[in-house]
Design a protein around this ligand. Structure first.
Ligand code: SF4
Length: 367
């Protein structure tokens, strides 16, 4: 194999190897330094190629995000992040006692009208970071004691995230990786994460295409989410748990999510799937259909998290039916239904979870 400084042709684009890659080759073409540098540069070429005609999610916009054009997710190819910090309000087996190392990415490929993280979903907030900086952020969160790395709304950045994860794992990242998504994923994009992600944490928002069209502008959401979930299960399989670290005893708040299993209340998940369903006002029948589908398809091979924390924010004014929280009675009926179905691996929310205070401040902490 020979490498010269200069031009490389790859899927209709022209790229240059960097000086550092060239110098590493000149010094020793068989060194790990050269091979690692070359690998990273090939990842970069691949990433550039994907973003230049983006079909990362099922919207398949086909726009050139490397030239600043925007698709439905509203962000170019550069990584934008709003916050990277320990977060205590996920399911107990994700947050643990020490907190989940959440990284909130700007932009969103769904843009639901009721979004609870509206400001970052619209990409109004976000600081540009490099892939190398993202890799450092993962390691910094691990050093702070994070139970895992929790990638929040990552779909539109998968090639960059995969590259950053590979760099961080080479540099000592060992905690589980959580992929926290709205569920509107393409199977091809998920395959880029095979072997990199340990826990999938997707939403399953709707079974009714009229609801997915009205609230997420994605009439095909149910079918897309079903195929994505099948791929996630193929990759990570049944749930597996770690024993919690013995030296951590931070008390959990009354308002955290609670598992309905009490045999392993603080055990951290190390592999598996938790599917979240946010109960929306006026959508009780559809919520039941979601639970039925999940349980009839996956039984206790996945966990199901039934959430009551929906909070109407000012931007739902055009959807008056969404301008209220769900009542305790509605939530109780839904959780009773889950029990009737036979769901055992589940989480329900207790206490005053439907508060805006659960929406974190996007203040660039840790970015
Ligand atoms: S990731 Fe963004 S630009 Fe790419 S297909 Fe999805 S919405 Fe469109």
């Amino acid at each position: 194999m020979s490498l010269t400084r200069g031009t490389v042709y790859f899927t209709h684009s022209i790229f240059f190897f960097s000086d550092s890659c060239y110098n590493a080759y000149i010094n020793n073409p068989f060194s790990n330094l050269f091979l690692n540098t070359l690998t990273m540069e090939l990842f970069m070429i691949e990433r550039f190629s994907v973003y230049s005609s983006c079909t990362l999610c099922h919207h398949r916009c086909g726009v050139d995000r490397t030239s600043g054009k925007l698709g439905r997710c509203r962000v170019p190819a550069d990584l934008y992040i709003a916050r990277a910090a320990l977060h205590y309000w996920e399911e107990p087996c994700i947050s643990g006692d020490c907190g989940s190392g959440t990284v909130f990415f700007s932009g969103c490929n769904l843009g639901c009208v009721f979004c609870q993280n509206h400001s970052i979903a619209k990409a109004d907030i976000g600081r540009k970071v490099s892939v190398a900086r993202l890799s450092e952020i993962f390691l910094e969160l691990q050093a702070k004691g994070a139970a895992n790395i929790n990638l929040v709304t990552p779909t539109h950045y998968v090639p960059s995230i995969a590259e950053a994860l590979k760099m961080a794992k080479t540099d000592g990242l060992t905690i589980p990786i959580v992929y926290n998504t709205g569920g509107y994923e393409s199977v091809e994009t998920l395959r880029l994460l095979d072997g990199l992600v340990d826990i999938y944490l997707p939403d399953f928002k709707y079974m009714d295409t009229r609801l997915s069209a009205r609230y997420s502008h994605a009439p095909d959401y149910p079918e897309v989410a079903k195929a994505a979930l099948a791929e996630m299960y193929r990759q990570v399989g049944d749930p597996k748990f770690l024993e919690p670290p013995a030296n951590l005893d931070r008390e959990t708040s009354d308002a955290t999510l609670s598992a309905d299993r009490d045999d392993e209340p603080n055990s951290l998940m190390k592999k598996g799937i938790i599917v979240r369903h946010l109960a929306l006002p006026g959508c009780e029948d559809d919520s039941r259909a979601v639970l039925r589908y999940l349980y009839e398809t996956y039984g206790d091979h996945i966990y199901i998290s039934i959430m009551n924390q929906y909070t109407p924010l000012p931007h739902v004014a055009a959807y008056p039916e969404l301008n209220r929280r769900i009542t305790d009675e509605e939530y109780d009926r839904l959780t009773d239904y889950a029990v009737e179905l036979g769901i055992e691996n589940g989480f329900i929310q207790e206490g005053e979870t439907a508060e805006e205070s659960f929406i974190p401040e996007f203040d660039y902490e840790g970015v």
